[in-house]
Ligand binder design. Structure first.
Ligand code: FPP
Length: 237
């Protein structure tokens, strides 16, 4: 039992397609509702005192989807980045990015850069959009940066050194990762950072994920005894 709110919460927002299919709707409709759920949960997580929220929005593997669907998701991301500045300001939310920024279309890169710049001094919750993100890809990019950086190929690696080349080295590791739609997989999300994350699986499809579901996940996290490979803390079951 740690009784705490996770400092860093990660969410694998899964099930938009199944949500739409169950209603006889196009998959894109599921993503549209998924964006509404993301807005709801960003506000709720901020209100509950979460400091960092990483949203798995588009993976390095998601490019395999139909071009229409990819284009639609990118459009939603642009809309989210452009239309929400007042909301970020009111809630002091800072926007950041994780993933291979160079592999994104230029207009999205510009929107991300602008949102990051506009919100850089906001001191509330940080929302990290994992976009064109893959855990393996992040580690490979980190290794390549290290090999090309100070110390060069001979510097050797420690955990701390490799970590310093990850996308957002100042962001603490995720404490809790929520995955929706009942799947028990990491799907390449925060592989390095999530080594000791607690997982919570919700059966709900992402568009249906509500504040009450977040509260359930946070309560479950608060009951966990986190040992990080050590022994149970005194009083733990
Ligand atoms: C997973 O559901 C969802 C995605 C790959 C897209 C996530 C995008 C959004 C929620 C909209 C944009 C959000 C922000 C924060 C800008 P799936 O399509 O894999 O569902 P399925 O497994 O049921 O097919």
């Amino acid at each position: 039992m740690n009784g705490k709110t996770p400092g860093h919460l990660g969410i694998i927002m899964d099930g938009n397609g199944r949500w739409a299919k169950a209603r006889g709707l196009a998959r894109t409709q599921g993503h549209l509702e998924g964006l509404k759920a993301a807005k709801r949960i960003v506000k709720a997580a901020s209100d509950r005192g979460v400091s960092y929220l990483t949203l798995y929005t588009f993976s390095t593997e998601n490019w395999k989807r139909a071009a229409d669907e990819v284009g639609f998701i990118m459009g939603l991301v642009r809309q989210y980045l452009r239309a929400e500045l007042d909301f970020y300001r009111e809630n002091s939310i800072r926007i950041r990015h994780a993933g291979d920024i160079g592999g994104l279309p230029p207009e999205i890169r510009e929107d991300i850069a602008r949102a990051m710049e506009d919100t850089r001094d906001f001191t509330g919750m940080q929302v990290i959009l994992a976009l064109n993100y893959g855990g393996r890809d992040e580690i490979i990019r980190a290794v390549n940066r290290a090999l090309n950086g100070a110390g060069g190929p001979d510097a050797g690696f420690t955990e701390a050194r490799l970590r310093s080349f990850l996308d957002n080295p100042d962001v603490p590791d995720p404490d809790l990762i929520i995955r929706t739609a009942g799947e028990f997989r990491t799907s390449n999300f925060l592989l390095w950072e999530g080594a000791y994350a607690e997982y919570h699986i919700s059966e709900k499809f992402w568009p249906d994920f509500a504040e009450a579901d977040l509260d359930q996940a946070l309560a479950s996290y608060g009951r966990r005894d986190r040992r990080f490979g050590g022994i149970p803390s005194p009083g733990a079951p």
